[in-house]
Design a binder for this molecule. Structure first.
Ligand code: ARG
Length: 458
C-alpha cells in the first residue's frame, strides 16, 4: 500500500517494520483530539489565505464527517497507515479527494502529535480533578458521622494516642486536596500550544499561532519550536502527580485492608465491594483495596518508563518518543478506575465504632496524658515521663490498664496524683484535650470539617 511519505522510497516497507513502528493500535485513543487540532489548524490556514476558504471549508466538513464515523464505530484503522495522524489523513482523502492533501500545509506530525497529547491530557486532567473531589466528598461524609468515634492512633503500628476516626479520615482528605491542587496547577503547563512548531524549526508559511491557540483555548504558545516538539515534561509532570496520588490511595487502601481484618475489625467493607474464595467458604476478601494498592506499581512504572525514554534523547523529535503514549493512557485508566471505586467503597463501608472504642480501653495510649498531668503540676516533663513509664510497666506486670489502678497505687509513684487523674485518663478526655490547631479534639475537627467542605468543588 502506498505511503503518505512514499516518494523517496523504492521499496515496500518490510511487514515486520511496519508492525513494529506503527502506533495506531494505541494512539487511536487520540482520534478526537487529532481532529480537533486539525480543524483549528485548517481554519487558521484558511483565514491566513494559505489555502482558500473554500478548501478550508471542504476539509472542515470532511473532518467532521470522519469524527462522526469514528464515534459511530464505522471506521477501521489500518496498521499500514502507521498512526492516528496518517490514518485520519487517509480517511480524509477517501472522503474529499486530493484537497485533503492541503491539511498538512505548514504542519508536521511532530507538532501535531504533541498538540494531540496536550489536548488529551488537559481533558483527562479535568476529569480526574472531579474524581479526586468525589473521593474527598466521600471522606467528608464518613468523617461527619464519626467526629466522636474514638480509635487508637498508631505510630510504628503500635498504639500511640487515641484519635477521632474523622480525624484519621480527614488526614487523607488533605493529601487528596494537595493532589487535586497539583492537578489543577499542572493544567497551566498543559495549556501550552506546540502546533506551529513544524517538524522542529518552524514553517515557511505565514501561519498565525495565536489564532490556533485561541481556537483550541490554549493560554500560552511554546516560544521555541524545538522545545515544542521535543519535550514531554507535561506528561512527566502528570505521571509524577499521578504517582503521588496513587501513593495516597495505596496507603488508605492498606488501612482499609488492615481495618477489615479479623484482628482489627474496625470497619467492614460492603459486600458489593468484596469477593469470596473459591475454596474457603467463610472468606470475604478486600480485593478492591488490595488491587488499588497493587496498581500503584504500574503508575510508578509508567513514570520511570517515560523518564528513562527521555533522558538520553538529543533534540528534537525522535521515534523513541512514540513510547510516551501507552504509559500515559495506562495511568489515566488506572486512576480513573481507582478513584471511581474508592469513593463508593468509602461511602458504603460500615464503621465498627464499638470495636474501635473498645480498643482504646485496652491499651496504654492514655499514658502521655498523665505525664502531661504531672507536668502541669510543676514536675519537669522528662521526670514525669520516667514516672509514667514505671507505672505502665507496673500495670503491665499486673495485667491491668491505667484506668484499673487505684489512687493509692498512683500515689506510690508520685504524691502529686489526685482523684482527678481518672478523668484525665478517659479516652474521650484524652482525645478532647488535644485542642491545639489541627488536633484531634472534636471542636478542632468541626473547624477542620468546615474548611474541608469549603474545598469541595460541587
Ligand atoms: N506516531 C508518532 C508518535 O507518536 C507521530 C510522530 C511521528 N513523527 C515522525 N517524525 N515520525 O510519536
Amino acid at each position: 500500500m502506498s505511503k503518505l511519505w512514499g516518494g523517496r522510497f523504492t521499496k515496500e516497507t518490510n511487514k515486520l517494520v511496519e508492525l513494529y513502528t506503527a502506533s495506531i493500535e494505541f494512539d487511536q485513543l487520540l482520534a478526537k483530539e487529532d481532529i480537533e487540532g486539525s480543524r483549528a489548524h485548517v481554519q487558521m490556514l484558511g483565514e491566513c489565505g494559505i489555502i482558500t476558504t473554500a478548501e478550508a471549508d471542504q476539509i472542515q466538513a470532511g473532518l467532521k464527517t470522519i469524527l462522526q464515523k469514528i464515534e459511530n464505530g464505522k471506521v477501521k484503522f489500518l496498521v499500514e497507515h502507521e498512526d492516528i495522524h496518517m490514518n485520519i489523513e487517509k480517511l480524509l482523502t477517501d472522503e474529499i479527494g486530493p484537497v485533503a492533501g492541503k491539511l498538512h500545509t505548514g504542519r508536521s506530525r511532530n507538532d501535531q502529535v504533541a498538540t494531540d497529547m496536550h489536548l488529551y491530557l488537559r481533558a483527562q486532567t479535568k476529569k480526574l480533578i472531579q474524581l479526586v473531589d468525589h473521593v474527598q466528598a466521600a471522606l467528608v461524609t464518613q468523617a461527619k458521622t464519626n467526629v466522636d468515634t474514638i480509635l487508637p492512633g498508631y505510630t510504628h503500628l503500635q498504639r500511640a494516642q487515641p484519635v477521632s476516626f474523622a480525624h484519621h479520615l480527614l488526614a487523607y482528605f488533605w493529601m487528596f486536596e494537595r493532589d487535586k491542587e497539583r492537578l489543577q496547577d499542572s493544567v497551566k503547563r498543559v495549556n501550552w500550544l506546540p502546533l506551529g512548531a513544524g517538524a522542529l524549526a518552524g514553517t515557511t508559511f505565514p501561519i498565525n499561532r495565536e489564532r490556533v491557540a485561541e481556537l483550541l483555548d490554549f493560554e500560552m504558545i511554546y516560544p521555541n519550536s524545538m522545545d515544542a516538539v521535543s519535550d514531554r515534561d507535561f506528561i512527566l509532570e502528570f505521571l509524577s502527580i499521578a504517582s503521588i496520588l496513587m501513593t495516597h490511595i495505596s496507603r488508605l487502601s492498606e488501612e482499609l485492608v488492615i481495618w477489615s481484618s479479623q484482628e482489627f475489625q474496625f470497619i467492614e467493607l460492603d459486600d458489593s465491594f468484596c469477593t469470596g474464595s473459591s475454596i474457603m467458604p467463610q472468606k470475604k476478601n478486600p480485593d478492591v483495596p488490595e488491587l488499588l494498592r497493587g496498581k500503584t506499581g504500574r503508575v510508578y512504572g509508567d513514570l520511570i518508563g517515560l523518564l528513562t525514554v527521555l533522558k538520553g534523547l538529543p533534540l528534537a523529535y525522535n521515534k523513541d518518543m512514540q513510547e510516551d503514549k501507552e504509559g500515559m493512557f495506562d495511568t489515566v485508566a488506572t486512576l480513573d478506575g481507582a478513584l471511581n471505586l474508592l469513593a463508593p467503597m468509602l461511602e458504603t463501608m460500615t464503621v465498627r465504632t464499638n470495636n474501635m472504642r473498645q480498643a482504646v480501653t485496652q491499651d496504654y495510649s492514655n499514658a502521655t496524658d498523665i505525664a502531661d498531668y504531672l507536668a502541669n503540676k510543676g514536675l519537669p516533663f522528662r521526670q514525669a515521663h520516667e514516672i509514667i513509664g514505671k507505672i505502665v510497666y507496673y500495670a503491665i506486670q499486673k495485667g491491668q490498664y491505667l484506668l484499673d489502678l487505684s489512687l493509692e497505687e498512683f500515689k506510690q509513684f508520685n504524691a502529686l496524683f489526685e482523684d482527678d487523674v481518672f478523668e484525665v485518663l478517659k479516652p474521650e478526655n484524652v482525645m478532647g484535650a488535644r485542642k491545639s490547631y489541627g488536633g484531634t479534639s472534636p471542636e478542632q475537627i468541626k473547624q477542620q470539617l468546615q474548611l474541608a467542605e469549603s474545598k469541595l468543588l460541587n
